[in-house]
Design a binder for this molecule. Structure first.
Ligand code: SF4
Length: 368
């Protein structure tokens, strides 16, 4: 018996994003876990200075013939920037779109900082996408984390972004105080139902200098461990992919200053790829169960062969338990996975092929 199946991940266009970090700009307060200044590696600068420097850098990139890219305004609450800074940043990016350097303009902001009127203005100036830091739809967790809005407000904000004709991105933060893997599964389902184009998953870490660090030191908060986080995120990835949502980031981008400040929580440099590999394993396991008799071989699309066995082959034993080993799994130039039971022979894509050297799935230059 044979079973073939596709990986559910939506096709990822390779996107280069020019990130413009505005740490804490527009934020009414500082959320308990937030250490944007460390995450972005930025020292505070006036918005006027940031915009002037951005203009100069974009001008230089244009003159140097750099290939087009998206611009993303991150690290603060973009739609609540004081005065007309959000409009002026958007207009600046739009001016470079008209000159061929910028392909798309996106920003990140809080759910309680998006009004229909402001979204319409920014869209009119060229904004294409809003990534909302929803974090969770759980009321108690939002309250304990001091986010200051209810789940209904987060949901309404997501709908408002889409109604404004903008693409929606949703950021989720599993592992906040009071948050459980079951709650995260609900968060993922609610987020997926809101039709985002993309999602980011940032498991909660305890950084020095945050209020969460004090709560953790007082013994009032226990972060998720790496294993629980990978298991929960893997399930979340599968659900989001099946809903057609691209997951553009798992875990914070590596910043030495931030890494040095992490006191506790599921910090791991390969967290995202480990979660992806676990998701793939869960996919294979579910399909293998359909065979009844254990699988005797598997053909893997070459683009997934690099992540199949997991970080440092950590999933090799789990695959062996399924009946799949290095000798019975081969990469091939095929679109779908195929597994089979004894007596079926090799898959068509594998016949006459030597085992190939696994390749690593290409990463975008910067994905936010
Ligand atoms: S709103 Fe976002 S950027 Fe601002 S303090 Fe909270 S988490 Fe940090």
């Amino acid at each position: 018996m044979r079973v073939s199946f596709a990986h559910p991940e939506p096709a990822q266009a390779k996107v280069r994003i020019w990130p413009v970090f505005l740490p804490f700009a527009g934020c009414g307060g500082r959320c308990v876990y937030c250490a944007q200044h460390l995450q972005t590696g930025m020292t505070p600068a006036s918005l006027e200075t940031v915009r002037r420097d951005l203009d100069a850098a974009l001008g230089a990139a244009l003159a140097a013939g750099r290939s087009p890219c998206e611009i993303g305004f991150y690290g603060g609450t973009f739609t609540a920037l004081p005065g007309d800074h959000a409009e002026r940043f958007t207009a600046l990016a739009q001016a470079y779109r008209e000159r061929g350097l910028v392909t798309r303009i996106r920003c990140s902001t809080r759910p309680d900082a998006v009004t229909a009127r402001r979204l319409a203005v920014l869209r009119g100036l060229g904004l294409d996408m809003v990534e909302l830091g929803v974090q969770t739809f759980e009321a108690g967790v939002l309250a304990r984390s001091g986010r200051g809005y209810a789940p209904e407000a987060a949901q309404a904000a997501c709908l408002r972004v889409r109604e404004a004709g903008l693409s929606l991105g949703v950021q989720l933060l599993p592992g906040l105080p009071g948050h459980t893997p079951e709650m995260f599964a609900r968060d993922v389902a609610r987020a997926a139902a809101l039709g985002p184009e993309a999602a980011r998953i940032y498991p909660c870490l305890v950084a020095a200098g945050t209020r969460l660090a004090a709560i953790w030191r007082a013994g009032e908060y226990t972060p998720w461990d790496v294993e629980a986080t990978i298991a929960a995120v893997a399930q979340g990835l599968l659900e989001l992919w099946r809903a057609g949502v691209r997951v553009i980031r798992v875990g914070l981008a590596p910043q030495p200053e931030f890494a040095a400040a992490v006191l506790a929580g599921p910090a791991h440099p390969a967290l995202g790829s480990r979660a992806r590999a676990r998701a793939l394993f869960e996919l294979v396991r579910a399909q293998a169960q359909r065979l009844g008799d254990g699988p005797k071989g598997m053909c893997v699309p070459r683009r997934y062969s690099g992540e199949l066995w997991g970080h440092g082959r950590e999933l090799a034993a789990a695959y062996a338990d399924l009946g799949l080993t290095r000798n019975s799994v081969r990469p091939a130039d095929v679109a779908d996975f195929e597994i089979w039971t004894a007596g079926e022979g090799d898959a068509p894509g594998m016949r006459g092929r030597e085992p190939a050297i696994p390749v690593t799935f290409p990463k975008p230059v910067f994905d936010g």
